[in-house]
Design a protein around this ligand. Structure first.
Ligand code: DON
Length: 346
């Protein structure tokens, strides 16, 4: 009997050792770089849309700039195409000024002033202001955005501006700067926004200095960014307000879902519903050609490509982000996004 047991131990020992050596491999995470490369290849030769030209300097920007960047919540950066050329941030700035106001006054200050509802109208619609006297709209369209800029506290224009620029720079993880020719070009041609600011003042949403608010808003729209900056800004929102590359907490985590809700509602203006239907991702576009999108808890993604569709949203950026998001199974409304579920297990 003892001999039999000894024999069993001796013969089974190598088998046990062999089993241990064959431990199952850890499943690979999502192929972010592969998804970016595939989307770039698919859309690089697409020539639809047209640069914005109602701001004369934007018509001069190279329409062939096309870059895609993705930053994960653990700070990994993936990029393809032209991610170093800069464009003006334009309306994407509205997200971060709204976030700043939420930081200073709480999210209800936004909800109770310009509101958090879709207008179904163009981003610079005056009809949308008239409908509810400047309420029941949102901080992603020009009237709500100029009002949000007017709500940033400060004793002087310089103090307000420095706060806004510092806020954007924290989200982007590097010191950002203004594209002066774009600022000048828009400042010379922004009479419609000045009228909108005066209307929001007349209806009591802007409390003082409406033309100063419009001027600061115009300057914030002229901040220069590349695709990687925008992706890092989006990743900071995906990561609860903490920049995953620099580890700086840029905003209160509790306010992040409020910011994302307004982006989902109105980030692509009157096409926000179509966008959400396709991707499920809160996003924001700018007439400079950038779009950023947030996959909460996973990553931020951004594309820069100046030609726009009729609603003012970059054609290639919409297509490329939707493609990457669908490849990765990143729609937060999907019951079990395959590739992202693998990432969560890791
Ligand atoms: O106020 C404007 O018209 C521009 N500075 C920003 C508009 C914009 O980016 C709309 N976005 N798609």
């Amino acid at each position: 009997m003892m001999a039999a047991i000894a024999l069993l131990l001796v013969t089974s020992a190598p088998a046990f050792a062999a089993k241990k050596a064959k431990a199952p491999a850890v499943p690979a995470g999502p192929d972010y770089q592969g998804a970016l490369n595939a989307a770039y290849a698919k859309f690089k030769d697409l020539h639809e849309g047209k640069n914005a030209d109602y701001i004369p300097a934007l018509a001069e920007v190279d329409p062939n700039i096309f870059g895609i960047a993705l930053v994960t919540v653990d700070g990994k950066v993936y990029a393809t195409g032209d991610t170093s050329s800069k464009v003006s941030i334009q309306s994407i700035s509205k997200v971060f000024t709204m976030a700043k106001v939420m930081e200073e006054q709480g999210p209800d200050a936004i909800a109770n002033n310009m509101g958090v509802d879709a207008t179904g109208q163009a981003f610079n619609s005056i009809v949308a202001v008239e409908q509810y006297k400047g309420a029941e709209m949102n901080a992603m369209v020009n009237p709500g955005a100029i009002t949000a800029t007017s709500m940033v506290s400060g004793g002087s224009r310089e103090e307000i501006w420095n706060k806004i620029l510092a806020c954007y720079s924290d989200f982007a993880g590097r010191p950002l700067a203004v594209n002066e020719p774009v600022f000048k070009s828009e400042a010379e041609t922004n009479q419609r926004n000045q009228a909108i600011a005066m209307l929001m003042f007349a209806y009591g949403h802007i409390k003082a200095n409406p033309l100063q608010a419009c001027d600061i808003y115009t300057e914030q729209c002229a901040v220069n960014v590349n695709a990687k900056d925008l992706a890092e800004m989006a990743a900071t929102l995906a990561n609860g307000g903490k920049n995953p590359v620099t580890a700086k907490q840029c905003m209160n985590t509790a306010n992040v879902p409020r910011v994302l809700a307004v982006m989902a509602t109105a980030g692509l203006y009157d096409d926000s519903g179509k966008w959400l239907f396709m991707t499920g991702l809160p996003a924001k576009s700018g007439v400079g050609g950038g779009i950023l999108a947030v996959c909460p808890g996973k990553f931020g993604i951004a594309v820069v490509s100046p030609p726009l569709d009729g609603a003012g949203n970059s054609v290639k950026a919409q297509k490329a982000i939707a493609e990457v998001s669908n490849t990765l199974g990143a729609n937060p409304y999907a019951p079990k996004p395959a590739a992202m579920a693998t990432a969560a297990k890791k």
